[in-house]
Ligand binder design. Sequence first.
Ligand code: ZN
Length: 142
Amino acid sequence: MAIHGPTLPRLSRLEMIAHAVAAGDREACGLVGYDRHGSVARVYCLSNVHADPDKFLLDPAEHFATIQAAEAKGWAIGAVFHSHPFGPPYPSPTDLTAPLDPHWISFIVSPTSDGWQVTAFSIRDGGCTELGVGEKTTQSLP
Ligand SMILES: [Zn+2]
């Protein structure tokens, strides 16, 4: 499988941010499909079914359907994203203990004083490495 890089197309970043904004005080979450060249093919915005608004759990049925939809196009899921509506812009202790797949990139969407940012991390073995910060998006979103 191609190595998935932290590079996010602008539209993909905006899709994650819009999903995060729409979720309000709750964490928003989703998956990222990559094409066979390792480029982002599509962002899938999923429902967060965790009872705790400060945690996330991908809706299991949507999770399964997303994997099937991506594989049907010859893509692979290579990243998960979720938001921290009140920060911080890095993984929480909970995020570090339970990565969905240690080979995936974890994108965290969080607000900053001058816009929303999406930061990429590799989470494995109880720790994380920051892979890069996407450029900030300063246009106003509802
Ligand atoms: Zn988190």
